[in-house]
Ligand binder design. Sequence first.
Ligand code: NAG
Ligand code: NAG
Ligand code: NAG
Ligand code: NAG
Ligand code: NAG
Length: 599
Amino acid sequence: MLLLTFISFHCFILAPIGVDASSKLYIVYMGEKKHKDPNHETASHHNILTSLLGSKEEALNSIVYSYKHGFSGFAAMLTDSQAEELAELPEVITVKPNRIYRAHTTRSWDFLGLDYNQPTGLLQKAKYGEDVVIGVVDSCVWPESKSFDDSGYGPIPSRWRGKCEEGEAFGANNCSRKIIGARYYTGGVSQADLKGDFMSPRDFGNHGTHTASTAAGGLIYNASFHNLATGNARGGAPRARLAIYKACWGRRIACGGAALLAAIDDAINDGVDILSLSLGGPEEIPGTLHAVAKGITVVFSAGNDGPAPQTIKNSVPWVITVAASTIDRSFPTVITLGSNQRLVGQSIFYEIQQNSNFTGLVDGYSCDADSLNGTNISGEIVLCYAPDLAASTLPRQSLPSAVSNVISAGGGGLIFAQYTVNILENLYQCQGIPCVLVDFEIANKIANYMSTTSNPVVKVSPTSNVIGMEVLAPKIAAFSSRGPSVAFPGVLKPDVAAPGVSILAARRNSYFFDSGTSMACPHVSAVAALLKSLHPDWSPAAIKSAIVTTASVRDGYGIPIEAEGTSRKLADPFDFGGGHINPNRAADPGLVYDIDPKD
Ligand SMILES: *[C@@H]1O[C@H](CO)[C@@H](O)[C@H](O)[C@H]1NC(C)=O
Ligand SMILES: *[C@@H]1O[C@H](CO)[C@@H](O)[C@H](O)[C@H]1NC(C)=O
Ligand SMILES: *[C@@H]1O[C@H](CO)[C@@H](O)[C@H](O)[C@H]1NC(C)=O
Ligand SMILES: *[C@@H]1O[C@H](CO)[C@@H](O)[C@H](O)[C@H]1NC(C)=O
Ligand SMILES: *[C@@H]1O[C@H](CO)[C@@H](O)[C@H](O)[C@H]1NC(C)=O
């Protein structure tokens, strides 16, 4: 049945026969199911469309998805006036146009105290999450990654009702005792985003493989990104089962609203225990209350639009909304000036030789196209230091453009100054040239050196990495979206913070760093899975309560956790909700605030 829906949908995109050219995709939401049998539910959707459009054939041409498992509704190609007419029907709750939503290792789990070998910890007590099914709605997975190896797993839980859809470069054997379900949905996704992607559950954009392996990747010894951050890579619930739903497509990781809703509807029916959604968009994603009412814990990323207030996404009260924090790892990179002065910046830079020579150093000011114009930077290292512009540009925007400007002007590398050195989120975009982040104090020392010599030179050494107490952490990442929620000012959001900066996880057949609340979300999904395994009778509200009320507001030294931003400050609940997640404490919270779906 579902497959037929897909086929008819593809027909539409290619040749919208019988559908008015001015029609667009609308999502019609009808609340609770009226019929026990999903086929009856679908038939009622066809009937509504038939009376609206005049014939059964037009109805079948128009409908893209029928939502019939967790809740009732449908997605269909409609003109604006048809949409208005539908909205008048008493059984229809809302009619909204399809919107596009966007996708927002190793060390982080030890940092959270989930030591793999600690016999009394949550991880062991929860049997590494083996009985739990985590549903990940994203760009899906790369099934060949070692993180998804199913060796040694017991049979698939008998309550599982999901399926494994085949497609381009994705066969039935790509599902396993680890990846127990895989489906894909194209509804509401643009042709441009579908183009070039695999028409199957195979991951193209690399986002879903990263998030799924962060939540439930198996233990992989000696993973690293070019020997940086070497260690054992694993998910937080390393033996949990994964059910993957592809609703996000292309390089932009664009998620169709209609596709997301279909994925959530199926996930409810398939029997997932946890739903992990590292994405967000212009509006709240519907359907999640039905999932929570069925006992599924729903976890969302908060968004990457911080540090400005009122930027939080996904703030309905029944989900867990996750902010991103830094972990106790840094990537110090030594910069040696021609004066032999040695300074330390941060970088993820592995391409250079240990014994590389000094290179000329030039001043690039803001390193925008104008400020580099007129200077020959060919092969030189450029200092990008414009403190007077810091208030008006966020490093996460100005750094990538500085990198591409320096590269296109033939520069050999850059030293980029910003008001905080903890934002490593963009460093993997250095495109193969040295790019080192420094704070204004270090940049000022470099500028002073440049003013004292007519031929300034510099040498950048390969990055090393440091973990442990000498790195002050956690801090709330600057990019992490902040409350209060514009849509629901009365609901305190985000709920909790979790690691989301420079997280090493799977990408195709290797491992790489990524940062964002997208990386923080699967950390909480994994902890929710472990709690569900340890306390199978806990409701989503109880799991959320345990996680939020036991979170820490202080770091390992007992110092209050700070929030990065244009000025660093003590984190408050609009930055990190209840605080930074503390999984072992959440296993035994003492008290939980349980809430009934009716509340
Ligand atoms: C996944 O399926 C594709 C296509 O059938 C196949 O080539 C590939 O080897 C499979 N990978 C795994 C891990 O089974
Ligand atoms: C880990 O990998 C590195 C290279 O990536 C290799 O030199 C080293 O021997 C490996 N160690 C183990 C224990 O496998
Ligand atoms: C390194 O640079 C110094 C001065 O810029 C120069 O004298 C020397 O020959 C260079 N060495 C190599 C190996 O290029
Ligand atoms: C560089 O400056 C010159 C002269 O001001 C101008 O003609 C040229 O278009 C500029 N180039 C870029 C890439 O901005
Ligand atoms: C820029 O400098 C490089 C080496 O320093 C030199 O080879 C090149 O000719 C210079 N280009 C211009 C336009 O001066």
